[in-house]
Every structure is written in structure tokens, then in C-alpha cells.
Design a protein around this ligand. Structure first.
Ligand SMILES: [Mg+2]
Length: 325
């Protein structure tokens, strides 16, 4: 089952959700919903992405809006807190308070090792027992990664460092890093998968230990499950800063993976002033299920007619690529 372009455009709702803290350079998250027989699907490709990069995101939204779901293998998904690259101690404490009962924290790093160490130490001060993940978004060279990971491990995180996410950009660099890294720290791959032209064609052997799965950029739940099977690595399901609709779909993915040993990065709606519906963290976990969109919020956060028109044109452009495939 699928949707026609007319059905996508006629059901399209675009919202701008204000954020409590700047994340990924954004203070407002613009995202879109489309509706099909199974309910809403979220098309959340960041606005700077071109049509080719946005296509899997649209495919994920259409799949979500049209397909009924298999029975979940689990009901509760443990989640991590997400700390942006902030250097304000009071803000870090405040951000951590948005994640009740959470004992895993993902910290954005790569803004300079001194600031990174201070940020990690602050998180440790407030949650001394929490497992820590740092996300570099591929910005280090191999030399920097060897030094920085050893320093983070040795000086502030120690055994609490669960993994380092995408420390360097390419598969070749990841492989070299793993050979040169003398500390026993796991490496997770994110961009290496979701920015790959064909994520099935890449060989991740000896490059990473953990695979990040993001349902929207990977083209949907079914494709994400297939990628997990194909690459045979432990996985972490993470969000792409979606609203309740996309996050619920990520929870469904986490609920359908045969194994799930890590907390998931699906609690990023804590960074919104208000989400489109209720999806709360209870004792460090989120519940799998249909989390409703509040029509009043959809109305309140809707974008201007000009922005709506921009999104309509964007979808038409992506549709041409979709049909060409
Ligand atoms: Mg990442």
C-alpha cells in the first residue's frame, strides 16, 4: 500500500516546534506530517537537505502512514538523555532534569577537547553512575580520535564510557582508528550508514562495533530491520529530532529488533518546548504504542502559508526522484 502524490499533498501539515535549547544549530524544528490509512507519518528531513538525501525520509513517512505494524517484541524502550554541545553548567544540569530516571547520557562533543572534557565532567557530576556516550559527528581526524578518546577515557569517563559515536568520518578511517586505539572503548557508526549512497553495499567489518539505526533517514522501519540483519551488529535506535509521530515509529523499530541491549536515543522530544502529543519518559523508558497527535497543537504550531508552499514544492521535487526509481 502506498500513497499518491495528491494524497500526500492534501494531507500535508507542516509545523515549527520551538526548542528549549539550541540543538544542531536549531531553535525551531520544522517538520511535516502526512496521513494515510494507518495514521500519521512524519517527513522530517532537515530543511537544508536536497531531494536525493530527503527521499528515504519521505519513504519512511509514507510507510508509517500506510502499513499496519507487527506485534512488538517489547513494550518499554529504555532511552538516553541527549546533551547538546553546551558550555553552560547550569544549562547542563537543567537539561539532565528533563529525563527522569534515565541512566545513559549522550553528549555532543567535537567542539575542542578541553570544552569536551569539561562538558563530560559536568554530566558526571550530576549523574555519577550514568553510562556515557559521546557523539563526534565524524569531525575528528584519526590522530585526534586516538588522542581524544584515550583522554576522555583516562581523565573523565573511564569505564562509564559506553561508546564513541562516529569519531571519524569514513569507513577507512574508522578501521584505522580501531587498529590504533589502545583503550577498550566501543565505536558506533551513524553517518557512515545513513549518509551512504547504498547502506547495504558498505562493509562495516572491523570498522565499528555498534550500528545506529534512524528510521527516517534509513527509509523506514522495514529497511532499518533489514539493515540490522544485513550488518549483524548490535544496534541503537536513535531519532532524527522528530516529533511524537517519528519518535513513535522509532520506538516501533526498537520494539521489533530481535535484540536490544542498549538504551535508545528516542527521547529527543524533551528538547522541544512542547511536542505534538504526549510521549513521556517514565523511569528512564518510553512506551511503545500509538501516541496521539493533538489537533489543537497541530493548529497552534503550523507554519506560514509561504513555508507550507515551500514544503509542497519540496515534496513534488522528491516525488520525481521517487518515481524515477
Ligand atoms: Mg550521531
Amino acid at each position: 500500500m502506498s500513497l499518491t502524490l495528491d494524497e500526500v499533498l492534501s494531507s500535508l501539515q507542516v509545523v515549527a516546534l520551538p526548542m528549549k535549547t539550541r540543538f544542531r544549530g536549531l531553535q525551531t524544528r520544522e517538520t511535516a506530517l502526512i496521513k494515510g490509512a494507518a495514521g500519521w507519518g512524519e517527513f522530517a528531513a532537515f530543511t537544508e537537505y536536497d531531494a536525493a538525501e530527503s527521499l528515504p525520509w519521505l519513504n519512511s513517512a509514507i510507510e508509517c502512514a500506510t502499513q499496519s505494524l507487527d506485534r512488538p517484541l517489547r513494550e518499554l524502550i529504555p532511552v538516553n538523555a541527549t546533551v547538546p554541545a553546551s558550555d553552560d553548567e547550569a544549562e547542563i544540569e537543567k537539561i539532565l532534569s528533563w529525563y527522569p530516571g534515565v541512566n545513559t547520557v549522550k553528549i555532543k562533543v567535537g567542539t575542542g577537547i578541553k570544552e569536551d572534557l569539561v562538558r563530560i565532567a559536568r554530566v558526571r557530576k550530576y549523574l555519577p553512575k550514568a553510562k556515557l556516550r559521546v557523539d563526534v559527528n565524524g569531525t575528528w581526524s584519526v590522530d585526534e580520535a586516538v588522542f581524544n578518546i584515550r583522554t576522555i577515557y583516562g581523565e573523565v569517563a573511564g569505564e562509564y564510557l559506553e561508546y564513541v559515536e562516529q569519531p571519524v568520518a569514513s569507513i577507512e578511517e574508522l578501521r584505522e582508528l580501531k587498529q590504533r586505539l589502545i583503550v577498550d572503548v566501543k565505536i558506533a557508526g551513524d553517518e557512515v550508514l545513513r549518509k551512504a549512497k547504498d547502506p547495504f553495499a558498505i562493509d562495516l567489518t572491523d570498522a565499528i562495533d555498534i550500528l545506529m539505526l534512524k528510521v527516517s533517514p534509513l527509509g523506514g522501519l522495514q529497511r532499518s530491520l533489514q539493515l540490522a540483519t544485513h550488518h549483524r551488529l548490535p544496534t541503537v535506535v536513535s531519532s532524527a529530532l522528530e516529533s511524537v509521530v517519528g519518535l513513535s515509529y522509532g520506538l516501533q523499530l526498537a520494539a521489533q529488533l530481535p535484540e536490544l541491549e542498549y538504551a535508545c536515543g528516542l527521547a529527543t522530544n524533551s528538547l522541544f518546548v512542547e511536542d505534538l502529543g504526549e510521549l513521556a519518559i517514565v523511569d528512564g523508558a518510553m512506551r511503545v504504542g500509538t501516541h496521539l497527535v493533538e489537533p489543537e497543537r497541530l493548529e497552534r504550531f503550523k507554519v506560514s502559508p509561504e513555508r507550507l508552499e515551500w514544503w509542497r514544492n519540496r515534496i513534488k521535487e522528491i516525488w520525481r526522484l521517487r518515481e524515477a526509481q
